[in-house]
Design a binder for this molecule. Structure first.
Ligand code: PGA
Length: 248
């Protein structure tokens, strides 16, 4: 039985005042069947980790460098994130792929760095609208997974998020059949590569998950949780998504 995951991605949003939302999430979920992860911007990692200590909320980062130290102005290594209190790191988000030209090969090296630093990677994959319209969705997803997921991936160090690029921040979501098709294909890919360990890896859906659609999405086979952007910024919305997962 895979434990459900509600992961919030604050992206480039939030200042110290926003930590009040984290405080509410932690206070309202003292003991939660769903694993709760919040990924604030790097500037908030240390205060967020301090606030989350001893609660049911784990703190994650949104990216890391592939190397552990060196002359890389502006970058942050996985080891530094762990030192700041992060336990997870989002890797390969489509905004990193498009804004920073990140490739699946680079993302794989970051996943290895994250594992070496003791972080759990939340590895993102997803097709563009043009790729979906061209009927290439499954091909794109399996190729991204094939190049970015290390052979050594384990359920304890890796979570995978399917995030169609066209659904992120748009209010549009795929149909439940479309989500089911991609999640089944991801599980099949994992089984082929990792054998029985494939059953341990949680598969999240991300892209315009809201309180109103969460329960429907979480009823889909092989959806083990959500990676939530906009709706994770407000504790009240995120709490409804956590509740939908806990009931699923
Ligand atoms: P969204 O973002 O929930 O605002 O669509 C999801 C994500 O990018 O992780």
């Amino acid at each position: 039985m895979r434990r459900k995951v509600a992961a919030g991605n604050w992206k480039m949003n939030g200042t110290r005042a926003s930590l009040a939302e984290l405080r509410r999430i932690a206070a309202d979920h003292p003991d939660c069947p769903t694993e709760i992860i919040l990924c604030p911007p790097a500037t908030l990692l240390i205060p967020a980790s301090e606030m989350a200590r001893g609660t049911s909320v784990a703190i994650g980062a949104q990216d890391c460098h592939a190397l552990s130290a060196g002359a890389h102005t502006g970058d942050i290594s996985a080891m530094q994130l762990a030192d700041a209190g992060a336990r997870h790191v989002i890797l390969g988000h489509s905004e990193r792929r498009s804004d920073h030209g990140e490739t699946s090969i680079l993302i794989r090296t970051k996943a290895l760095a994250a594992r070496d630093a003791g972080l759990t990677a939340i590895l993102c994959v997803g097709e563009t609208l043009a790729e979906r319209d061209a009927g290439r969705t499954l091909d794109v997803i399996t190729r991204q997974l094939g190049s970015s997921l290390p052979e050594s991936a384990r359920g304890t160090d890796t979570i995978i998020a399917y995030e169609p690029v066209w659904a992120i921040g748009t209010g549009r979501t795929p149909s439940l059949d479309q989500i089911a098709e991609v999640h089944a294909a991801m599980r099949a890919h994992l089984r082929q590569r990792l054998g029985p360990e494939a059953e341990m890896i949680r598969l999240l859906y991300g892209g315009s998950v809201k309180p109103a659609n969460a329960a429907y999405i979480f009823a889909v086979d092989h959806v083990d949780g959500a990676l939530v952007g906009g709706a994770s910024l407000k504790a009240a919305d995120f709490a409804q998504i956590i509740a939908a997962l806990s009931d699923a």
